[in-house]
Ligand binder design. Structure first.
Ligand code: PLP
Length: 377
């Protein structure tokens, strides 16, 4: 294992790997650090064999902070599907990264595989998690497989399909009045009672990096990756993966990242557009895209850095724009939940501008979650 510790994204303080840490003393979120010199050396040894393997989640284990895949359900290795239709509308070559094809229907499974593997290494007996729905379903499934009790805190507006999924995996549900932020506070409090805290903390993002690793291997000439932003964990994970591949010599030119938020819950896009270095929380997120309704994103600063460092940009989409993207995806045989169609809604919106940045480019849109989780009406 090549992880060496944590660094606070806000104040820069570093910690060793020894103890499980969720957050910095200053309240900032923590980023995992690795010994990239050693990773590079290791990859040089196994280079030919590594290259031969198909892109898959555990192919990139060298970049995860766990010693082995203690729990797995065949997550990742999802198709990169060329668009059959919207290329013409947008003047771009569009590909869909089909995260809806994961075991529980969203990319959260990549994070859960690593996070719950770590919980097993730490011999955790109980796991607690706050969720807008998908993370809870994913954590519940991986805990079920590992024989670990899962307690899931959900906000009021969680779609009943997602609740049924969590219950089917045998987890305990705790309803919280309020938003995702209120559920997150409740879960953090509960974790003090000898629970392993699952969520957008250091381990999950490390697992979600594989969306980036796979995309670059599937299409090395990608110009843009369009991602939804809720807590910002996914988009930062994708950017970290790209940078890591460059650091160890697996990638040369990196794509730009485009972050998409819901218009009435867009703290990261706002901070990006106003060129601010802090994120102003949104107290009452209003969107039917529950998976991205995070008013005070845990990894907001990380998401902002991904947009800036990659020289990308952000955009916001309305609920009707998301609704129409669901139909556009449907016309290609793809069924996405609202959060899962947000990236495509942003892509379609930006391509309609006078200066279409996507013209002639290869653009990957992340379809982050399956439509059956939140049926379209
Ligand atoms: C979690 C989730 C998102 C948002 O990802 P973050 O890592 O919170 O930014 C988007 N779409 C779907 C379907 C999700 O489950």
């Amino acid at each position: 294992m090549f992880a060496i510790g944590y660094r606070c994204f806000r104040c820069g303080k570093t910690y060793g790997f020894g103890k499980m840490k969720y957050r910095c003393e200053c309240g900032g979120s923590l980023d995992m650090r690795y010994d990239y010199v050693k990773i590079r050396r290791e990859l040089r040894k196994s280079g030919a064999e590594f290259r031969k393997q198909q892109p898959s989640h555990w192919k990139y284990k060298i970049f995860y902070p766990v010693s082995r895949a203690s729990v797995t359900m065949g997550e990742g290795g999802t198709p990169l599907l060329p668009s059959a239709g919207i290329g013409r509308q947008t003047g771009a070559k569009i590909f869909f990264k089909m995260e809806s094809a994961n075991p529980t229907g969203s990319f959260k499974d990549r994070g859960s595989a690593v996070e719950i593997s770590r919980a097993i290494e730490l011999e955790a007996k109980r796991v607690v998690c706050a969720t807008t729905g998908n993370m809870g379903a994913s954590v519940a499934a991986y805990c079920a497989r590992a024989g670990i009790h899962a307690k899931i805190f959900v906000p009021d507006n969680t779609p009943k399909e997602k609740l049924s999924q969590i219950l089917a995996y045998g987890a305990e549900i705790k309803h919280v009045r309020g938003t995702y932020e209120d559920a997150a506070i409740a879960a953090e409090l509960e974790s003090r009672r000898h629970y392993f805290l699952a969520g957008d903390y250091p381990y999950r993002g490390e697992g979600e990096k594989s969306v980036g690793f796979e995309t670059i291997e599937q299409l090395p000439t990608t110009d843009y990756i369009v991602c939804p932003i809720g807590n910002g964990t996914l988009i930062y994970a994708v950017w970290k993966a790209l940078k890591e591949m460059k650091t160890v010599g697996l990638a040369k030119k990196l794509p730009k990242l485009v972050g998409v938020q819901a218009e009435r819950c867009n703290p990261v896009a706002r901070a990006f557009d106003k060129n601010e270095s802090r994120i102003e929380p949104i107290m009452e997120p209003r969107t039917f895209a529950d998976a991205i309704a995070c008013g005070n994103p845990i990894d907001g600063l990380e998401a902002l850095s991904a947009l800036r460092e990659s020289k990308g940009f952000a955009t916001s989409v309305s609920d009707p724009e998301i609704r129409s993207a669901i139909k556009v995806l449907g016309s290609e045989g793809i069924y996405a939940e609202p959060g899962g169609a947000a990236a495509t809604a942003g892509l379609l919106k930006l391509a309609k501008r006078e200066k279409n940045v996507f013209a002639g480019k290869k653009v990957v849109s992340v379809v982050s979650g399956h439509g059956l989780k939140h049926p379209f009406r």
